[in-house]
Design a protein around this ligand. Structure first.
Ligand code: CP
Ligand code: NVA
Length: 303
């Protein structure tokens, strides 16, 4: 049966671990110039209803390096549910493509697309989740901290698709996940409850940024206003001012902590230049690892 990757929890805990291990192997092979012909000419559809640098480029490069190719499709070609139904789009595209990868607003539409498609569907970001990013981030944390389990991860900023995906990762890999945010910027509380119920990780929400980052191994942030919410940018900036990742706050975490950001960053807002370009920052490793982590996901779904 075909598998999809719409959320981290589409993989079991063992599969998440295996896939992260595979991503590390894929990275080593890529560095040696080896490109296994796993996709044998298969073509991926890359549907984008929002902007992208990393996701588009890393998926296009990934498909090519695995012996396939990809086509970039925008809302000029596909307006899901407007020009034609999600069902019809799923049926038609399944006849051409080896996989359908999509970045859009509504997570429910992506679920619907996956239900009706006969080829794997990969979530390249919805308003709710960004699972490919968090697989690359977990891989990056592993490379730097030399372990996967029981890291203290402090996510500071807006409770968004990245936060929700960290919560889903915490349902698969044990961690102490602390979310530092304002009362009006909470993540999806249903996912918070779900994560607590799974019970393998500690999950806490803090309104004091110092309490959130105390002794953290990983400090993570993201833009305060996500795509589709830019009209709320000033409101969010006021609410989240205290959660900026700056040198002083990094000083409260472990001495060898790493600082992560999925990018794009609004430098000077959620993170200072000093931290982005400083010794704790691994933001460009994360960006690179998007390529390797996604190749591992494609190998699992299509290999
Ligand atoms: N981190 C990330 O998904 O970047 P893009 O929006 O540029 O794809
Ligand atoms: N939360 C951000 C992530 C961008 C990669 C957004 O959805 O815009």
């Amino acid at each position: 049966m075909k598998r999809d990757f719409l959320t981290i929890t589409d993989f079991s805990a063992d599969e998440v671990r295996e896939n992260l291990q595979l991503a590390i192997e894929v990275k080593e092979k890529t560095k040696r110039g080896e490109s296994p012909n796993v996709l044998r000419g298969g073509v991926g559809a890359l549907i984008f209803h929002k902007a992208s640098l990393r996701t588009r480029c890393s998926f296009e490069v990934g498909f090519r390096q695995l012996g396939g190719s990809a086509i970039y499709i925008t809302d000029k070609e596909i307006e899901l549910g407007k020009r034609e139904s999600v069902y019809d789009v799923a049926k038609v595209m399944s006849r051409y493509f080896s996989a359908i990868c999509i970045r859009t607003f509504s997570h429910e539409q992506v679920e619907e697309l996956a239900r009706h498609s006969t080829v794997p569907v990969v979530n390249m970001l919805t308003d709710l989740l960004h699972p490919c990013q968090i697989m690359a981030d977990m891989m990056t944390a592993f490379e730097h901290k030399k372990r996967l389990d029981n890291l203290t991860v402090a996510y500071l900023g807006d409770g968004n698709n990245i936060t929700n995906s960290w919560l889903r990762m915490a349902q698969r890999i044990p961690m102490d996940l602390r979310i530092g945010t304002a009362q009006d910027c909470l993540p999806n509380m249903q996912i918070v409850e779900e994560t607590k119920k799974v019970g393998i990780s500690e999950v806490s929400i803090h309104h004091d940024p110092v309490a959130a980052v105390k002794d953290a191994d990983v400090i993570y942030t993201d833009v305060w206003a996500s795509m589709g919410q830019k009209d709320k940018a000033e409101e969010k900036a006021r609410a989240l001012k205290a959660f900026q990742i700056n040198g002083q706050l990094v000083g409260k975490a472990k001495k060898d902590c790493i600082v992560m950001h999925c990018l794009p960053a609004e430098r000077g807002r959620e993170i200072t230049d000093e931290v982005m370009d400083g010794p704790h920052s691994v933001v460009f490793d994360e960006a690179e690892n998007r390529l390797h982590a996604q190749k591992a996901i494609l190998i699992k779904l299509l290999g």
